[in-house]
Design a protein around this ligand. Structure first.
Ligand code: DX5
Ligand code: ZN
Length: 217
């Protein structure tokens, strides 16, 4: 199980996004949080900035859409240059159709679950996905405390992946840091999003290396 570290630019300096993207070269993906003030009480960025970022960095973009109506908007993020597009299960009207559309357009298809959404409900859909994102905070803001109560869900997801013999990445997002990354890895996560733990550090690239070392241990 190869470990991947995806810094979240939500905690970066939005006035210097190209430089901030370069500051974490060596990261596997750049995590881009799209928020619409409806699905979550915060507003960030849309396709024009994703398009500009895709040109500014060689690191592939992992777009996490915290938006209503992802069925309508998600395909445009593939066109804007995202290599992976995550929509929320709670917001998608037709998640199977949407995952297939994202894949057909050439990106990895991923679905996210808020803390209160059980993974078991989506067991039959997992083969349609390249990644499942388990939120370890309520989505909307960086810098929140990691929810330990999500560890059993990570574990159960890893068991479902094994049970069905799937090649599905298990991503965790929210409160991932030097204090929590080992617990997530031990529970079965293999893709780690970290915002404040990377961009809040003096040397973001070294924070990425540190998290990778801990997750691999
Ligand atoms: C929160 C976002 C996260 C956020 C994580 O809703 O989805 O990606 O940037 O930030 P940290 O790592 O600071 O919890
Ligand atoms: Zn995110």
């Amino acid at each position: 199980m190869a470990v991947q570290i995806n810094p979240s630019i939500l905690s970066a300096d939005f006035a210097r996004l190209a430089d901030e993207a370069k500051a974490v070269e060596g990261a596997d993906w750049l995590h881009v949080d799209v928020m619409d003030n409806h699905f979550v009480p915060n507003l960030t960025l849309g396709t024009p900035i994703v398009e500009a970022l895709a040109k500014a960095t060689d690191t592939p973009l992992d777009c996490h859409l915290m938006i209503e109506e992802p069925d309508r908007w998600a395909p445009a993020y593939v066109e804007a240059g995202a290599g992976s597009v995550t929509f929320h299960a709670e917001a998608a009207a037709a998640p199977v159709r949407l995952a297939r559309e994202i894949r057909a357009k050439g990106a990895r298809a991923s679905m996210a679950l808020k803390p209160a959404t059980p993974v078991e409900q989506y067991e039959d859909l997992l083969p349609e996905l390249d990644m499942l994102l388990i939120m370890t905070v309520e989505p909307g803001f960086g810098g929140q405390a990691f929810l330990d109560i999500m560890l059993p869900k990570i574990r159960r997801t890893r068991q479902l992946v094994a049970k069905h013999g799937l090649d599905l990445w298990v991503q965790v997002d929210g409160g991932v840091s030097a204090e929590t990354v080992e617990r997530c890895a031990e529970a079965g996560a293999d893709v780690f999003v970290a915002g404040s733990a990377v961009y809040g550090a003096k040397d973001p690239a070294s924070a990425v290396r540190g998290l990778r070392g801990q997750a691999e241990a």
